[in-house]
Design a protein around this ligand. Structure first.
Ligand SMILES: NC(=O)c1ccc[n+]([C@@H]2O[C@H](COP(=O)([O-])OP(=O)(O)OC[C@H]3O[C@@H](n4cnc5c(N)ncnc54)[C@H](OP(=O)(O)O)[C@@H]3O)[C@@H](O)[C@H]2O)c1
Length: 279
């Protein structure tokens, strides 16, 4: 079977996207040819997938076939982009037709830079996040020039299978990434801190983690399902002279709100700085 999806870099994010598609039968393992950086990673990556998915290392000549697939998922780290470009087969440098699609997951690598690096492909930027692993992902898509509607539909289908997809102008992707892609780390840090607090107040550790996770997911669901403004929910919970307002007062005094705002802004700035470092 000819490969319909070439995957360059089969790390955490590419696996989070491919596994649900394969499990739902939207993609056959035999349709995928993936390239990883090192021979040693192949065995571990293969264990994650059903039989039939081909994985080769970057120094294997067969890897160049991945670049001939109609759709390429580029999922290496941004700092690995130069090494990938050095190993490109000549097809990727031919700028005549652009019938193949290249979907880049690379944070802070602009469409302009991608198009210059891969002139033989129509380029798309996709910014997914790790909740894709449980079908609760968010993906921001920014289209390069001249991508026909049927190809846009097929790209959206890839990311639809792991959550919600939003089409955005490229200039909004840095802020989108700072909230949604980095966000799971901020939320995990808060989950851990909540559990630590509950342990300090006397709960067993495992119970504390369980309660922290359920409180976070239940609160998110409540905000969304009842379409509440976050301030409304805060006011609903904080009764006069009660425990919650005492805790909120402490959080405000510690600057938690400002720290979170600055964290998102600094992540967006970091993404911009990574893009500015491009030649
Ligand atoms: N993780 C996230 O939450 C997230 C969210 C949004 C976007 N992203 C973006 O997704 C991309 C991948 O992130 P990740 O977390 O999945 O990284 P990762 O787990 O480190 O995976 C990188 C993959 O690239 C492979 N690789 C390295 N050099 C290569 C080469 N020359 N040719 C082919 N493959 C090569 C690695 O193989 P070896 O392990 O063998 O070196 C590995 O399979 C990044 O650009 C990141 O900005 C990630």
């Amino acid at each position: 079977m000819p490969c319909s999806l070439g995957v360059i870099g089969l790390g955490r994010m590419a696996q989070a996207l491919l596994l649900p598609m394969i499990e739902k039968g939207e993609l056959l393992p035999e349709e995928v040819l993936a390239v990883v950086g090192h021979q040693a990673s192949i065995k571990k990556a293969k264990e994650q997938f059903p039989k039939g998915l081909s994985i080769v290392s970057a120094d294997d000549l067969k890897g160049s076939e991945a670049w001939l697939a109609p759709t390429i998922l580029l999922a290496v780290k941004p700092q690995q982009l130069d090494a990938v470009r050095e190993s490109l087969p000549s097809i990727a440098s031919q700028s005549d037709e652009k019938s193949r699609l290249l979907i880049s997951l690379l944070a802070g690598v602009r469409l302009k830079h991608l198009q210059k690096s891969f002139p033989g492909y129509a380029c798309i930027r996709a910014v997914p996040n790790t909740p894709a692993l449980v079908g609760a992902g968010l993906t921001g898509l920014a289209w390069g020039q001249g991508i026909p509607i049927d190809q846009k539909i097929s790209v959206k289908k890839i990311f639809d299978s792991v959550g919600e997809v939003l089409e955005l102008p490229e200039e909004q992707l840095d802020a989108f990434l700072a909230l949604t892609s980095s966000g799971p780390a901020y939320v995990a840090l808060i989950a851990e801190a909540l559990a630590d607090g509950a342990v300090a107040a006397g709960l067993p550790r495992l119970l504390a983690y369980h309660l922290a996770h359920r409180t976070l997911s239940g609160t998110a669901q409540l905000l969304q399902d009842m379409e509440l403004h976050p301030g409304q929910l805060k006011d609903m919970v904080a009764s006069p002279g009660g425990t919650t307002i005492a805790a909120l007062r402490h959080l405000e005094k510690a600057g938690v709100r400002s720290a979170v705002i600055e964290a998102v802004v600094v992540a967006a700035e970091r993404s911009q700085a990574m893009a500015a470092g491009e030649r």
